[in-house]
Design a protein around this ligand. Sequence first.
Ligand code: APR
Length: 234
Amino acid sequence: MQQIRNIVILTGAGVSAESGIDTFRGGGGLWEQHRVEDVATPEAFARDPDLVLRFYDMRRAAIQEKQPNAAHTALARLEAEWPGNLLLVTQNVDDLHERGGSRRVLHMHGEHLNAWCTSCDIRSRWTGPLIDRPACPICAAPTLRPDVVWFGEMPYRMGEIYAALREADLFVSIGTSGAVYPAAGFVQNARELGAQTLELNLERSQGSHWFHESRLGPATEVVPAWVDEMLGGA
Ligand code: APR
């Protein structure tokens, strides 16, 4: 195995599944008979803002009752003890990586606990509901929306992610189905740029064929075992 110094990790809903946060394409994937794809879009927000705001109010409240799991805390330990560079990119909009101890988390699909004002364009920390159109803490306009990247919108900080992939010696994908781009394409970028690629997932994903190695099992088992291996069994 080549010398590994720079690691890029991508996580998806599977890393939070054992904390009790539903994945998107697992069992249910429905909310009040609406597919998430039908609610998480700018068109849905324009068509029925109350429906979309209620959906995100429910998800924002739900994640605050959940706790990080052993996969989150193992990744935080790796970040604290790894001698090289480590960038944790997550597609998740919960804050379980942060509450599990990770300090540098790149939320490419936004965050439930932020609200984005479409008048002043400022994002503010937000833990309550948005359905009653509260005033933006900065400009006081009643124009706060969820700070979540919807289908058709550009994910955040892509330049930073591609720069990290160019330097990566190891790319690790954890708990994601490989169903949604651009995240699903990161493994191909990394591999073509010479990185080792590892998948830790409950089951084979749509991108499994791109990985040098796949280890299947629940994140709370396979992630801590991998972190122990990376830190020399410490
Ligand atoms: N441990 C590890 N992996 C798990 C676990 C678990 N306990 N439970 C489920 N998984 C895996 C599933 O096998 C699946 O491959 O996690 C993956 C979850 O896939 P999705 O539900 O598609 O979630 P994700 O890949 O994060 O979706 C990507 O799609 O809807 C959009 O923006 C949304 O960020 C999301 C994106």
